[in-house]
Design a protein around this ligand. Structure first.
Ligand code: NAP
Length: 246
């Protein structure tokens, strides 16, 4: 199926590795012009080369205002407005509620929330003007089914679903869709960092295995496609059946 993404201009945040990288790879494979970002300059530039992305930009999304500047730079480097924006960043610190300091909440809010909000705010007006746009927020199954010990993630990501639901109807008539992707346990560096053996995780997943990043990439490419123009305001899990709730 031709997803109609040839020459569409896309920016994928947090994309030198893991899920963001897989999303960028899927968009590149469909012929989109893709900009990616991450903190480590050498790694993001190498990733852009390896993926065939247009540009890799070194940006730390935990710095206030960085996401706004990033969108402006990506627009310039891609040669025009953005058609597709995929928000993503590193996972917030682990810990149960008593372990989380006010500083950690602020840090998590900046990284997980404000970086997405700022990027969307910068990208949306152009999409609405051109009457075509796709906004995708990479969150987590934790947004619907809290994961023990990931208090910051559980608390903040659920709110992002509310944001998706409030933005989507406001921009639907302009041809812009807004959706959240909820990855379940997927084999990336982040999962390795959590230090939980793969077999232990697999016991809790109906599919009995971790997801592959490209499985999320494929869903993201579909949601960014021409064909997905009537899908908006949704939270779509790619989780091997992990979320049991209706
Ligand atoms: N993998 C899973 O099973 C899973 C499941 C649910 C949700 N998630 C969530 O999905 C997101 C991505 O996870 P992942 O597994 O793909 O992680 P990953 O493999 O660690 O990749 C994270 C990417 O984001 C970049 N990044 C991290 N912090 C950044 C920052 N402050 N500014 C800009 N770029 C930043 C990293 O590059 P640099 O380090 O160079 O910045 C890297 O490219 C995380 O929020 C994670 O919690 C993951």
């Amino acid at each position: 199926m031709d997803l109609g993404l040839r020459d569409r201009r896309a920016l994928v945040l947090g994309a030198s590795s893991g899920l963001g990288r897989a999303v960028a790879a899927a968009l590149v494979a469909e012929g989109a012009r893709v900009a990616i970002c991450a903190r480590n300059k050498a790694r993001v530039e190498a990733a852009a080369r390896e993926l065939g992305a247009h540009v890799g930009l070194a940006v730390d999304l935990s710095v206030p205002g960085a996401a706004t500047t990033l969108v402006e730079t990506a627009v310039q480097r891609l040669g025009g407005g953005l058609d597709i924006l995929v928000t993503n960043t590193g996972g917030p610190p682990k810990g149960q509620f008593p372990d989380i300091t006010t500083g950690m909440w602020h840090e998590g809010f900046q990284s997980l929330w404000l970086s997405a909000v700022d990027a969307i705010r910068a990208a949306l007006p152009g999409m609405r003007e051109r009457r075509w746009g796709r906004v995708l927020l990479i969150t987590s199954t934790a947004a619907k089914e809290p994961i023990p010990g990931l208090t910051v993630s559980n608390g903040l990501r659920a709110g992002l679903l509310g944001l998706v639901k409030s933005m989507a109807p406001e921009v639907a008539e302009d041809g812009v869709t807004v959706n959240a992707l909820l990855p379940g346990y997927t084999a990336t560096e982040r999962i390795a960092e959590l230090g939980i053996p793969e077999e232990t995780l697999a016991e809790h997943i109906p599919a009995r295995r971790l997801g592959r990043p490209e499985e999320l990439g494929a869903m993201a490419a579909f949601l960014a496609s021409e064909q997905a123009g009537y899908v908006t305001g949704q939270a779509i899990a790619v989780d091997g059946g992990f979320i049991r709730g209706l």
